[in-house]
Ligand binder design. Structure first.
Ligand SMILES: Nc1ncnc2c1ncn2[C@@H]1O[C@H](COP(=O)(O)OP(=O)(O)OP(=O)(O)O)[C@@H](O)[C@H]1O
Ligand SMILES: [Mg+2]
Length: 229
């Protein structure tokens, strides 16, 4: 098959794109970590790799392309389609539409909806973005009377940042406060109560915040049965 669509890549990029192909040393499926600087062609290389896999018969439904922002994810998917179209024509669109491309949170949400029934989650869950989450935690902060404390209780943004750090790092609040938010350390007891009420409110309203999307997903795939599917 013609590989004209790979000719503009430099040798390092091309090696990354073709890694795992039969003519290379690496066995198919061997992981590859590429570290490269800003503007060095990372997205370009990834897009070519995905297109190359699809052109060579890989099942696009088994390709997962993840990045941080929606814009970057859309850009990646668009580039994959353009390259694949150049190589195999108009059929490329159907193929590239089938691949999984998105943000970490978007992919997490999609998997959680698909498998909600199996992990005891209502599939109609609502997703709170950072702003919604800040509003909800602020509401709880008011309800507990913490917005009127004499010595100023941490602001809503700090409360969410602390909660998020605890959830993501899997660390007790005392540790997180000591290492990252020492000026809030005197409020450990109150923050703990705030977080408990916040979690309860999320569950009552069938809401997942951004941290939950990643946490629930991680928990889901730690079950070998579900991970295998
Ligand atoms: N082998 C190449 N030959 C010519 N131009 C290239 C090559 N690889 C990448 N480029 C060009 O360099 C620019 C940056 O590429 P790309 O966006 O893929 O880099 P990146 O590492 O993802 O950048 P960022 O760090 O901003 O995400 C683009 O205009 C791209 O078309
Ligand atoms: Mg990039």
């Amino acid at each position: 098959m013609s590989v004209a669509y790979l000719e503009k890549l430099n040798p390092e990029q091309r090696r990354a794109v073709e890694h795992g192909a039969r003519e290379n040393d690496a066995a198919p499926g061997t992981p590859l970590l590429v570290i490269a600087g800003a503007g060095s062609g990372k997205t370009n290389t990834l897009a070519h790799r995905v297109a190359h896999l699809i052109v060579n018969g890989a099942d696009p439904r088994k390709i997962l392309l993840m990045t941080f922002s929606r814009r970057a994810a859309a850009e990646m998917a668009r580039r994959v389609e353009r390259i694949a179209r150049r190589a195999i024509g108009d059929n490329a669109g159907v193929m590239t539409d089938a691949l999984w491309a998105g943000t970490f949170h978007g992919i997490g949400a999609r998997l959680l909806r698909d498998y909600a029934g199996e992990i005891g989650l209502d599939p109609a869950f609502t997703i709170h973005d950072r702003e919604d989450s800040t509003d909800l935690i602020n509401l709880m902060r008011h309800e507990l009377g913490y917005s009127k404390t004499e010595n100023r209780f941490p602001a809503k943004g700090s409360c969410l940042a602390i909660y998020s750090r605890c959830a993501n790092a899997g660390l007790p609040i005392e540790d997180v406060l000591a290492t990252s938010f020492p000026w809030c350390a005197v409020w450990a007891v109150e923050l703990k109560q705030l977080f408990a009420v916040y979690v309860e409110a999320k569950q009552r309203q069938n809401v997942l915040d951004y941290d939950d999307l990643l946490l629930y997903w991680a928990q889901m795939v730690s079950d070998p049965g579900l991970a295998g599917e």
